[in-house]
Design a protein around this ligand. Structure first.
Ligand SMILES: *Cc1c(COP(=O)(O)O)cnc(C)c1O
Length: 375
């Protein structure tokens, strides 16, 4: 008997999540110097971690033999202040991705439906299928979520609606007022999961706490992986109605957020100067990439987060060619967008390197086309 015959059905429905390849691996595969590689594949902060977080991590190194505070007390207290709520509104996660899985543990099973955009963050789909729930896909509109279409897709079987704003990998955010109205109109048996991984990049956020107080069923998901620059530590959280949060608390592991992650996240929250600097640089970098890509004749969606979406024709071919030359970007075939690549906004010099490589490869590709070798 094979192990597979003993396994749960959801295991085999799992779409493959392809993370951006680690730098060392790409270096080895292509015989490149790791220091020469530019990774623009995972929307990481090109300015590194918050300096205050680095200091906190250095200090905590001497205490690594100790288990972390399983309740994440200090971090939750600080986050409660950030959102103007009590600490029992906050559930900590091993990245916000873990909160998505906790929602699955609590609410998903066969026969239940999950509504999401067809190019929504792929982890929603992964988790829905893992728990045997049915995914109800709603086509996107202008690269953002079609809230009218999503509302229409809700049935008596729907339990969760996933909405990332800005959405990854497409980029644009939905209007906060429209999201709020969408939340108010959902029936009582449906929970809106608002994924705010890129909230800091927006000028205006949805008032999640306000909506909860109005009686809406909504949970916000936040992460330290993006503007705070702590992707390697895996810290995120969900915030919402204490009753909902207590259910999620029940299904998490006792020490799901590690010691280093807790202190680093706490320190990063007090590093406004770093966040401000990163946000300003990101806005300038977006302009630099959008204008540079347009000048090369490609269609580009600048979006509202820390990455851009580019229609290059054959996304995987470009990804492969760039990777061989030490620049890692993200192909999007897994999202049903084979013509596109997603490129994280880097530092100014990194953006220049990407644009120069794009121009060079385009030159080679068009020369090949002229010679009739390509297509
Ligand atoms: C990056 C990202 C996250 C963050 O995930 P973590 O597990 O916190 O690293 C969540 N949602 C979306 C849409 C993202 O792009």
């Amino acid at each position: 008997m094979k192990y597979a015959e003993l396994a749960n059905a959801g295991v085999f429905d799992q779409p493959v999540y392809e993370p951006g390849k680690p730098i060392d691996l790409v270096a080895r595969e292509h015989g490149l110097d790791p220091d020469s590689i530019l990774k623009l594949a995972s929307n990481e902060n090109p300015f590194g971690p918050s300096p205050k977080a680095i200091e906190a991590v250095k200090k905590i190194a001497l205490s690594l033999h100790l288990y972390p505070d399983g309740a994440c007390t200090a971090l939750r207290d600080r986050l409660a202040v950030r959102h103007g709520v009590d600490a029992d509104w906050i559930v900590p996660g091993n990245g916000s991705n873990e909160i998505i899985e906790l929602l699955g543990h609590v609410f998903l099973r066969p026969g239940v439906e999950v509504v999401m955009g067809s190019q929504a963050f792929i982890v929603y789909r992964l988790v829905a299928k893992l728990f045997g729930a049915d995914v109800v896909d709603v086509p996107m509109k202008d690269y953002a979520h079609d809230l009218v279409g999503m509302a229409a897709a809700v049935t008596a079987k729907t339990r969760l609606v996933f909405l990332a704003s800005p959405n990854n990998p497409t980029g644009p955010a939905n209007d906060p007022a429209e999201i709020a109205q969408f939340a108010r109109n959902l029936p009582e048996h449906v929970i809106l999961v608002l994924d705010e991984a890129y909230a800091e990049y927006l000028e205006e956020n949805v008032d999640v706490a306000g909506l909860v107080n109005e009686g809406c069923r909504i949970i916000g998901l936040r992460t330290f992986s993006k503007v705070f620059g702590l992707g390697g530590l895996r810290v995120g959280y969900g915030y919402g109605d204490p009753e909902l949060i207590s259910l999620l608390q029940r299904v998490r592991q006792p020490f799901n957020v590690n010691l280093v992650g807790q202190v680093a996240a706490l320190a990063a929250l007090d590093d406004d100067a770093f966040v401000e600097r990163c946000l300003r640089a990101n806005a300038a970098g977006r302009k630099q990439l959008v204008e540079g890509v347009q000048a090369l004749g490609y269609e580009v969606v600048g979006g509202d987060a820390n990455f851009v979406l580019i229609r290059v024709g054959e996304g995987f071919a470009l990804f492969r060619e760039m990777q061989a030359q030490g620049v890692i970007i993200r192909p999007l075939a897994a999202y049903g967008m084979p013509e596109f690549v997603r490129v994280t906004i880097g530092r100014p010099d990194e953006n220049v390197r990407f644009l120069e490589l794009l121009e060079k490869i385009r030159g080679v590709a068009s020369a090949r086309t002229e010679a009739g070798a390509l297509r």
